[in-house]
Design a protein around this ligand. Structure first.
Ligand SMILES: [Zn+2]
Length: 97
């Protein structure tokens, strides 16, 4: 996944995902990238109105069909991933192409 894919995903998030508590749309500054894989990415969304925190997984595989709230298992997977991850996003992006 490259920078343009990521931008598309974020654009998609902003237009299709709203805060589950207050219904507000998210903006650029509310979106943090947690991880990117080859065809999907994990974002943390923070509502600027009510501070609701939300972690979503977006897949490009089916034309943005799936924006999924993350399950507990996913969080554990991600936790395991982050524990192994050395913080080198440059290499991460390189290897995910
Ligand atoms: Zn909200």
């Amino acid at each position: 996944m490259d920078y343009n894919d990521l931008k598309d995903l974020i654009r998609h998030l902003k237009s299709n995902v709203t805060c589950p508590v207050c219904g507000k749309h998210f903006m650029d500054k509310d979106v943090a990238i947690i991880a990117t894989m080859e065809t999907e990415a994990v974002f943390q969304l923070t509502c600027s109105k009510c501070d609701q925190l939300m972690v979503v997984n977006v897949s490009m595989a089916n034309n943005f069909d799936g924006v999924n709230a993350i399950t507990v298992n996913d969080v554990i997977d991600m936790h395991n991933f982050l524990e192994q991850f050395n913080g080198d996003f440059k290499n991460l992006f390189k290897s995910s192409k």
